[in-house]
Design a protein around this ligand. Structure first.
Ligand SMILES: Cc1cc2nc3c(=O)[nH]c(=O)nc-3n(C[C@H](O)[C@H](O)[C@H](O)COP(=O)(O)OP(=O)(O)OC[C@H]3O[C@@H](n4cnc5c(N)ncnc54)[C@H](O)[C@@H]3O)c2cc1C
Length: 290
C-alpha cells in the first residue's frame, strides 16, 4: 500500500481528490483489521492517507463564550480521558474509558469511530445525545453537519468520496451527562446495548441516545420530551414512576436484532435498565449539586 502522510487538512483533501479510491487512516484499529482480513485492498492507483500527524485533527479547543468544545477527529480515546477535556465532555470520557484495551485507546479516534459507523461504536451515542456537529472538509471547502444526519445505517454514512472529518463540536453542558454499556464481559468488549443520557439544566432538555439496538444510533424524542416535562429542573428530581416510564419508552424505541452477541429481547431489556440507571445516577449527582 502507498501511504501518504498528510501534514495539514488541505494536503489531505487534495490527495483524496487526486487519487479518488484513497482511504483515510487515523488510528488504523478498524481499517487495518479490514486490510488484514482481506476485506479491504487499497488499489495500486490509490493511497492510504494518514491523518494522525495533522495538527488540526490532533488537537481540541474550548470556547468558553459559546460553551462548546471542538475535538479534532484524530484525538485518541486516551486523550479524551485527560483533564481538562474529560471534565468538559464527561460522557465522552466515560465512553472512551470503555473502548477496547489501552493499546486501542492510544490509537483509536472519534473520527475513525464515525468513519466506521458501527451501531456499537462507543463514541457515537455520546455525539448523538449531545447533538454534536461534525466539520467535514473536501476540496470544495468545509461544511458543518449534525452528527445524526451523517449516520445512515450499519457501517454507512453520508460522507462523500474525498470527504475528511475534521472535528466534532459539542456543547459544554450545565447539568449532567453519562454513558453506560452492557457487553458479554467487563472489558475489551463490543456493546450489546449502550446509552448516553444528557440532562441539560440550562436548556431544560433531555438527550438520550441508544447504541447497538438499531441499524445506527437512535434518539428517543418522545421519551425525552416526556421525561423533561416530568423533571423538576430546579431541584433535579423526578418521581420514581417518571424514571420507570423513561426506561420503558427507551426500550420501546429500541429496534434490536438477534445476533451472535445477544438476543433482541435481552438488548431491549438492557436498554430499559441502562436508561433507568443513568437517569437515577444523573438525578442523584445533579440533585446533590442543585
Ligand atoms: C481489539 C479491538 C477492540 C475494539 N474495541 C472497541 C470498543 O470497545 N468500542 C468501540 O467503539 N470500538 C472498538 N473497536 C473499534 C475501533 O477501535 C474504533 O471504531 C475506533 O474509534 C476506530 O478509530 P481509528 O482511528 O482506529 O479508525 P481507522 O481504523 O483509522 O479508520 C476507521 C474508518 O474511518 C475512516 N476514517 C478515519 N478517520 C477519518 C477521518 N478523519 N475522516 C474520514 N474518514 C475517516 C477510515 O477511512 C476507516 O474507514 C475495537 C477495535 C479493536 C481492533
Amino acid at each position: 500500500m502507498a501511504v501518504f502522510v498528510a501534514t495539514d487538512v488541505e494536503s489531505a483533501v487534495q490527495r483524496l481528490d487526486d487519487r479518488p479510491d484513497s482511504v483515510v487512516l487515523a488510528g488504523g484499529t478498524d481499517l487495518m483489521v479490514e486490510v488484514n482480513d482481506g476485506r479491504l485492498r487499497p488499489s495500486p492507483d490509490a493511497d492510504v492517507v494518514a491523518v494522525n500527524r495533522v495538527a488540526e485533527l490532533r488537537s481540541w479547543r474550548h470556547d468558553s463564550a459559546a460553551a462548546t468544545v471542538t475535538i479534532g477527529a484524530a484525538v485518541t480515546y486516551s486523550e479524551m480521558l485527560d483533564e481538562p477535556l474529560a471534565t468538559l465532555a464527561p460522557a465522552l470520557a466515560e465512553a472512551a474509558r470503555t473502548v477496547g484495551s489501552p493499546q486501542i485507546r492510544n490509537a483509536g479516534t472519534l473520527g475513525g469511530n464515525l468513519g466506521t459507523c458501527s451501531p456499537a461504536g462507543d463514541g457515537l451515542p455520546v455525539l448523538a445525545a449531545l447533538d454534536a456537529s461534525v466539520e467535514i472538509a473536501s476540496v470544495a471547502g468545509r461544511r458543518s453537519v449534525a452528527v445524526l444526519d451523517l449516520m445512515k445505517g450499519p457501517k454507512r454514512t453520508t460522507l462523500e468520496p474525498g470527504d475528511l472529518i475534521v472535528s466534532f463540536t459539542l456543547p459544554v453542558v450545565d447539568g449532567w451527562q453519562g454513558y453506560a454499556k452492557v457487553g458479554v464481559r467487563n472489558a475489551m468488549v463490543i456493546a450489546i446495548a449502550s446509552t448516553c443520557l444528557v440532562l441539560d439544566r440550562q436548556r431544560q432538555r433531555v438527550g438520550l441516545a441508544l447504541g447497538s439496538v438499531g441499524p445506527t444510533v437512535l434518539r428517543v424524542p418522545a421519551a425525552e420530551t416526556k421525561f423533561a416535562a416530568a423533571l423538576d429542573w430546579r431541584t433535579m428530581t423526578a418521581e420514581r414512576d417518571a424514571v420507570q416510564a423513561f426506561g420503558d419508552g427507551a426500550a420501546q424505541t429500541a429496534a434490536p436484532i438477534d445476533d451472535h452477541r445477544s438476543s433482541a429481547e435481552y438488548r431491549r431489556h438492557a436498554i430499559g435498565v441502562l436508561t433507568r440507571r443513568l437517569a437515577a445516577r444523573g438525578l442523584d449527582t445533579a440533585g446533590r449539586a442543585a
